[in-house]
Design a protein around this ligand. Sequence first.
Ligand code: PEP
Ligand code: MG
Length: 605
Amino acid sequence: MKLQDDRKGQFSLGGVGASPGIAIGRAFIVGQKRVKVKKRDLAPGDVPGERERFKAAVEAVGSYLDSLIRKMPEQIRDHAAILRSHIQLLKDRLLYDNTLNRIETERVNAEWALKGSLEEVKALFDQVDDPYLRERIEDVEYVIKRILAELTESKGFSLDSLKEPVIVIAHELSPADTIQLDQEKVLGFATDVGSRTSHAAILARSLGIPAVVGLEDVTDHVVQGETVILDGIAGRVIVDPDQETLDKYREKQQCYLRYRLDVIHKSHLPAETVDGQRIMVKANIELLEEIPLVLSNGAEGVGLFRTEYLYLSQKGLPDEETLFQTYRQIAEKLAPHPVTIRTLDIGGDKFVSDISLDEEINPALGLRAIRLLLREPELFRTQLRAILRASAYGSVRVLFPLISGRSEIREAKKMLARVRQELEAEGTPFGPEIKVGIMIEVPTAIMVADSLAKEVDFFSLGTNDLIQYSLAIDRINEHVAHLYEPLHPGVLRMIHMAVEAAHNNRIEAAICGEMAGEPMYIPILVGLGLDELSMNAIDIPRVKRIIRQVTHEECAELTQQVLKASSSREVREMLMQFLHERLSGEFDPALGLKPDLDGGHICPV
Ligand code: PEP
Ligand code: MG
């Protein structure tokens, strides 16, 4: 908890800004922290009845989720898949069968048995390093809490009776809870738990409801009906604000609304510099449900579809049909815009329980991504078949991760050609010309980029990994996070080399690492000549807006300078001066947005 004493009675809590915007209103506290579970030993004769009680609770939760899916508002209908995955989880072997077995063998009540199952699943998830995948334990927890609520008959909260618009304060909101939030009545929400990638956060952004999550203990500090300010830009909740603070935030709210309207209004304009350089701006996604946000924010397609989530969100490995249906839906929803589907980038810090990998001392340098796919041809083949089949329904491109040299790309292409022949022989339709690209994220790939460019149709620079491997910084180790430096001249020179190699061979160069969505880096990326930038959908309007304010010529000049710099500090100084001279309005602190070059991010104030 980060509790700061402001002046007088007011105080503020810091969390994660999950959905931007400012809300001011009365607090409405919902839900309880957790359902208390007590152990009850059963007489042998009570076991069958207890098993039936558990089954009935699971059935009831299934029907409840089903009814929610049917009632979902049009605008968020695409998020139904989350609830469907929860319905599937209800019958997951680790939850369902395991709990029934525990009731039988341990002779304990259903609640206690279910708690035991949860602990077992948690222990499995604890071995995962990747924060995104680790968070999916949330889904298991939501489902278990629903079953527990059903078993203990503890009523869930209802927002039906709200008379006036409020700010919802909760320990956490499940996707089912979030889907029921009525935009008319809910001005914003704040929760103890959660992160930017939790479902509640993604849904809040789709619904346009400001949200702050991960506040740790906001439910302990806010009183029902108290006035609160929720700042979804800065990730802050101010409780019981004084008049001066209220006035300041009302102004910030107006300022933000004007700014947002302007940004959104222009987000569908092409990203073209003042002197006519066109750059494609696309979105990175993990879920089908993100597509509405992608389109409403003005993306010109999906530049990176991370397919790992599909392998985690269900029991066992997904079969070809499941993959195909998802890829096809994405291709259809985006058409005529393209989607770039990356083949499975599993291993390293990304983990899937159904693919057994040996424990590795150094997983980031281990059997991951393309290396794993080439070792497991069936896994690779299934995914390629699904991708090729989806290419009959829209514009689909395929992207191979972690390519380090030519032999890997040739092997991958051989597999693609084999799958193509198979489909042809069967008479299964697929698109005539699927474009093939590689992730440039291993330094050796840059050194041989010229020969790699002759093999493929496009490069996509995975700067998250490229920086990790070139600076020897583990991207998930917080002790070296301060050394993770996208503006290192060595990194910029590598990007420059890759773009040059691509253009010399008349292929496109994109960036799909986090760097592409940082507004302050845009002048350098434009100057480096990138053809495409792919980022979190929420960052798109702002990035487009910056591209539309600069000339390619001035960016190229800046880039020539920074490429000669000998330290990131020098690069930062040059960039800061450029931003100050050319884009000071864009980073006006009055808008709540200012460049913070120390952290490397544009920070809301
Ligand atoms: C990258 O490495 O920059 C990238 C986009 O891929 P991921 O973050 O999924 O490894
Ligand atoms: Mg990567």
